[in-house]
Design a protein around this ligand. Structure first.
Ligand code: F6R
Length: 248
């Protein structure tokens, strides 16, 4: 296993350390392709990227980005859509070209055709250089929920009750959380040349231990990362509580 574990004091430090990895990739390849995530975990990273861009240290003019997932049924400008999240928390504040950012279309009339086109676009860009991940309490990455198999391509998925409850904090009520989403598949994620997973908070400590220390299995989708050749796991002290002291 080649997973590198980097321990940070708190979520802010985890964000700065992740920003260092992003900066190195962007500086080495100004037209790189970044795979991006939404949720609470990446917010310190996005704040740091915005600050470095504002200071002129980081240039996004050639960068392309592909997001992991989107809710089915939400329009791009819906307050809880992941497109809107990306605009508000990153894209509107950096010098990235709008046409260089893609997020799955949750309103597509033909979802499977849209999924195929999404894969083709990433392939046409030359594949993902650096993929950012968080982890769900049920072990999901993207919205690849626990199941009997690892689904390879971008696909439509039904959200688990655990995920809908966790994400209800962003909606008026749990009933308003969409029941399905489109997500990059495990194959799309595993094809990225480099992966950074950020995990913060004590509530993630047990699922992180299971993902990193237990055998690879589709009931804990993040466990597949044990098989990727270049994963950096950046976690704060609370999330790392149940991990072994040494790299695994
Ligand atoms: C988001 C995504 C999800 C989240 C995960 C953790 O695009 O793909 O896998 O990374 O649900 O969410 P937070 O960071 O809100 O705990």
């Amino acid at each position: 296993m080649k997973m590198q574990i980097v321990r940070a004091k708190d979520p802010e430090e985890a964000g700065r350390l992740a920003a260092d990895v992003f900066a190195a990739v962007i500086q080495a390849k100004p037209a790189c392709v970044l795979g991006l995530a939404t949720g609470s975990t990446p917010l310190p990273l996005y704040r740091e990227l915005i600050a470095r861009n504002a200071r002129g240290e980081l240039d996004f003019s050639g960068v392309r980005t592909a997001n992991l997932d989107e809710y089915v049924g939400l329009a791009p400008d819906h307050p809880q859509s992941y497109r809107r999240f990306m605009q508000e928390n990153l894209f509107d504040h950096i010098n990235i070209r709008p046409e260089n950012t893609i997020v799955p279309d949750g309103l597509a009339a033909d979802i499977s055709a849209m999924c195929q086109a999404y894969e083709q676009k990433i392939a046409a860009w030359g594949g993902i250089d650096l993929q950012l991940l968080g982890i769900g309490h049920d072990g999901h990455i993207g919205f690849n929920e626990p199941g009997d198999a690892f689904l390879v391509p971008t696909h439509r998925t039904v959200l688990t009750e655990m995920t809908r409850t966790a994400n209800a904090r962003f909606f008026a009520s749990e009933n308003d959380v969409p029941t399905s989403a489109v997500t990059m598949g495990i194959g799309t994620i595993m094809a990225a040349r480099k992966i950074v997973m950020i995990v913060t908070g004590r509530d993630k400590a047990e699922i992180l231990r299971r993902a990193v220390c237990e055998p690879v299995r589709p009931r804990v989708q993040a466990s597949i990362l044990q098989l990727h050749p270049d994963v950096t796991l950046i976690c704060d002290e609370a999330a790392a509580e149940r991990l072994p002291q040494r790299n695994v």
